[in-house]
Design a protein. Sequence first.
Length: 228
Amino acid sequence: MSEPPTRDQAAEAVVLDRREGPYGEVVLRRRGVDHEIIANGCFLMDTADGRSERLLIDAALERLTAARPAVLIGGLGVGFSLAHAAAEPRWGRIVVAEREAAIIDWHRAGPLGAISARALADPRVAILQTDLVEYLAGTSDRYDALCLDIDNGPDWTVTEANSGLYGPHGLADARARLNPGGILAVWSAQPSPAFEAALRTAGFTDVHTLEIAVSRGVPDVVHLARRT
C-alpha cells in the first residue's frame, strides 16, 4: 500500500457551507487543496487520503464469491468509497445510505462532485437519504456486503444514537441484512479488540482486522466479519 500522504495543516480552513439539521451541525471546509467534513465539531474525514475508504470496498469484494454482488455503503462522506465501488464492474447494485441532506447536496451540486459525479451517474448506484441505524433495523433488503463508515469507529461515534450500531441489536440487524456468506466491513480510526469480540458474540465468523498506516498516530483499520 502507498505511503500515507502529508496533509497541509498549515493552510487556513475556509468554511464553504454550514448547515443545522436534525442530527446537529455539519460543516464543509476547504483547507488548501483538500475538503473536510466536520459534524458537531468532530472531524470526520477529508479528501487528503482515500486509501482506507477504498480498502473498505476492496476487502469486502475480494472475500465474496457471488456474481454481481450487491453492496450497501453506510455513509457517503467525501465519496471515496462510492467512487471506488462504482469503478469496479464486478459490483452489481450499489446503495449508499446517507442521513445528512447537506452532504448529498455537496456531491450533487457542490465541490465534492469532483470525486463522485461519475459514480452518481452510474445506473447501478442509488442514494438513500436515511439514517443507517434505522434503515438496517427497518428494511427487508439484503446485500452481499455492508461497508460501513459513519463514525470515527465503534469507540468514537459522531452521535450517541450511532453507538447502537456496534452493540448486540445493531449487529443483529446488520447480520440480518446480509445474504449467507456476506461480508460486514466497518471502518475505524483505531483498532477495537472489544468490537472484534462483539462481532464474534453476534454470530459472525472469520473476524479479523486490516490496518492502514497513517502519517501520525495509531493506524486506521477495517474490521471484517462474515455471515455464515
